[in-house]
Ligand binder design. Structure first.
Ligand SMILES: Cc1cc2nc3c(=O)[nH]c(=O)nc-3n(C[C@H](O)[C@H](O)[C@H](O)COP(=O)(O)OP(=O)(O)OC[C@H]3O[C@@H](n4cnc5c(N)ncnc54)[C@H](O)[C@@H]3O)c2cc1C
Length: 289
């Protein structure tokens, strides 16, 4: 572990100032489940951690049926998947947050950290993208908002400028007859990095799909939206053929690599299978809503 300084921010302005003064080697510290490991293994040069878990706005989770859900970037995962409104209205987010690490990790880890770490295999990112999540960002230049689907720019890279950090993630209220689902494939039952993960949010008008958002992870340098999969569904009746066409579109869009967790061929196959599964599961929920 490298020697480093620790500072506790108690307000957003405090954190902005500390990160700005700390320069390139200062990092936001949320749960620390990624960044402390990276510092210990010297995979990142860090000499200041700015702890953002004592900023009230970053620790708040609010739901309102008109405005939707707002999750402070430092709210621990167990509070997200344990929230009754998240369970009822945002089951894709519940499912993704429920499987990240084990119980000990979920007591610390956060959505802001999962997004800030910007791994192509991060489990919450496909769910946040399918739900059309928005990241509220604070920094030396003031506040701005970035849609989660354009937040990550490469493995471990994102749109944050020096001194900026995520304050909260916002998710719109799903409309009537909407449903959503999230799935991943891992070789073991828990504590593993996804070989592929996928999420879908869709709206039905009768049995015709009127809107769809589909995202897949671990098949490209960042989690990606698959507009071709959504196009295969929207305006069409949900049938085995349309679902299969969406799965095929995901398979064609995926550009994975071979690594210790999976091959290109397996990952492309999984993109197809998981996208078909999340569409069917989302449609099932949409019929019930
Ligand atoms: C045993 C184990 C199992 C794991 N299992 C999974 C898994 O199944 N799925 C999965 O996706 N991940 C998994 N992870 C990785 C990790 O737990 C998650 O990525 C977690 O969500 C990170 O959140 P954190 O709050 O701990 O982030 P931190 O480690 O505090 O931060 C991660 C990065 O994001 C930055 N950051 C943190 N908060 C913000 C913010 N508000 N604004 C801007 N940048 C920020 C930090 O500076 C750092 O660069 C696992 C890790 C461990 C150790």
């Amino acid at each position: 572990m490298q020697a480093l300084k620790y500072a506790r921010a108690t307000s957003i302005d405090d954190a902005v100032r500390m990160l700005r003064e700390g320069g390139d080697t200062a990092r936001a510290l949320a749960g620390g489940t990624d960044v402390i490991v990276q510092a210990r293994e010297r995979r990142r040069v860090i000499d200041l951690f700015v702890d953002i878990k004592h900023i009230p706005d970053l620790m708040a989770l609010e739901y309102d049926p008109r405005r939707g859900l707002r999750v402070g970037a430092a709210v621990p995962l167990y509070q997200i998947y344990g929230n009754a409104d998240v369970q009822r209205v945002y089951p894709a987010l519940r499912a993704a947050t429920h499987v990240i690490g084990g119980k000990a990790i979920q007591g610390r880890a956060t959505l802001g950290g999962n997004l800030g770490n910007s791994s192509p295999a991060a489990d919450s990112i496909p769910a946040m993208m399918a739900l059309d999540g928005i990241a509220e960002i604070a920094g030396p230049g003031g506040r701005r908002e970035v849609h989660v689907d354009v937040f990550c720019t490469g493995p471990g890279r994102n749109v944050l400028e020096p001194g900026e950090f995520i304050v909260a993630l916002r998710f719109p209220q799903p409309g009537a007859h909407s449903g959503q689902a999230w799935e991943r494939f891992i070789p073991r039952n828990e504590m593993d990095i996804a070989v592929v993960n996928a999420a879908c949010a869709l709206t039905l008008s009768g049995e015709t799909v009127s809107a769809a958002r589909i995202a897949i992870g671990a098949v490209a340098p960042t989690t990606i939206m698959v507009p071709a999969a959504a196009e295969a569904l929207v305006g069409r009746r949900l049938s085995d053929e349309t679902v299969a066409a969406a799965g095929a579109a995901a398979k064609a869009t995926a550009t994975p690599i071979d690594d210790m967790r999976g091959t290109v061929r397996q990952r492309k196959h999984l993109a197809d299978v998981l996208v078909q599964r999340v569409i069917r599961a989302a449609a099932e929920r949409a019929r019930a809503n």
